[in-house]
Design a protein around this ligand. Sequence first.
Ligand SMILES: [Fe+2]
Length: 242
Amino acid sequence: MIDLHCHILPGLDDGPTDIRHSVEMAQQADRDGIHTVCATPHIRHDHDVRIAELPDRVAALNGALQRAGCAVTVIPGGEVAETIVGHLTDEELSAVALGGKWVLLEPRPGPLSDSLGATVGELRIRGFRSLIAHPERHLSADLLTRLAALVAGGALVQATAATMIDPPADRGMRLLAEAGLIHVLSSDSHHSRVGREVALSAGLRRLGGIDPVAEHLPWVRDLAPAAILAGADLTPPFPPRG
Ligand SMILES: [Fe+2]
């Protein structure tokens, strides 16, 4: 499996401060059957993440993983705040986009608003696609309608794996899944010892029992994450259900 959203790089954002904990996060991933982890530090005004440094930081972590005998590979990416997209050059966006194309887009705090749709449209014009991060943190009465509109505009939706199995959030996640509005699961883990683990399998098992994902689980689990990392265009096999 591939984890498309993980704050695994040490000493950068609100992830681990010590590379030992980054290695522990990769070991958690390995135990869960994850072979590739995207390092997605916050690209946001309140975090001093320098995009040009990311390849070297990722290489250093991969070196530590090799020395530790961990078979997981870390690749560079970023969790790009909606509020910073307009301040990044195409080159900067490409450097943090998954597969050079898919921008893991963090909505501004609070309910989703029209501005997110405008940002998805702006990214499309600039040659990028949007992967909307953790919509479950942006609840509102019109969440499903807004997400369906974003999907119609070419976006895909990334939900957090742990929320699929954590009561009471799991009930809302079921509603999102039944509406055809969850396309991939990621860990969004920030530490090996605090908060969510780097793990996807339990959440995917739960998601795989929900129609319409049930008959498309291989697409959700394997094909879509791999295509995103390949920078491919991608259309979900199930449309949003109104
Ligand atoms: Fe995140």
